[in-house]
Design a binder for this molecule. Sequence first.
Ligand code: AMP
Length: 220
Amino acid sequence: MKLILLGAPGAGKGTVAKLLTKMDGSVQISTGDILRGAVAAGTELGKQAEAAMKAGDLVSDDLIMGIMEERLKEDDCKAGYLLDGFPRTIPQAEALKVLLEKMGEKLDCAVEIDVPRDVILDRLTTRRTCTGCGEIYNVKSNPPAVEGKCDKCGEPVVQRDDETEEAISNRLNVYNDQTAPLVGFYKDEGLLLSVNATSSDAVIDAIKEKTERLMTVTQS
Ligand code: AMP
């Protein structure tokens, strides 16, 4: 399946994506992970993105489209993909539509994960992320076995630079202003699935139900 995961920071896009990729062999493509990798490696891309990321602002549409045009052509995308944190603006969604048309591909669904703001704030301030593999932890509900060390790859598990209270508040405003309009965009495209749930299992059940129905319609 080719899915977009929409939702505010902390809505659970990354967690849902990781669980879904294990189920159907598709690949998670997180523009945030790609950018954090570039910042950590000190590449030109990382240097261009770093300041905006730290402040909780978006990096430019051109930079993001450059990354995604390359990424979506890679072989592992043939088995399907989950776009996590992309698109984030209407121009990105329009550019993605054009790109997929050029590639002869079609999205199956855009899933909006809708979670109350107080849950999001609590999650983001307690979230910790592995600097090596991007695995997500939570200091209250899901800490690593050894404090500060990833269970999977052993790299340090830290609070992200953009998860200070100030940056979080800015990221939520940026989401409301620039990303939330994508819900209407994908509704008009006939691709929207809105899920109002705080548990990733409930989100996955809703996605499975929708995609199974889609497959039945496609096959019949
Ligand atoms: P995320 O991990 O998805 O929350 O992304 C972390 C940060 O990376 C965001 O706050 C933005 O600064 C940047 N970023 C990630 N994806 C995008 C995108 N599609 N468009 C613009 N900026 C992005």
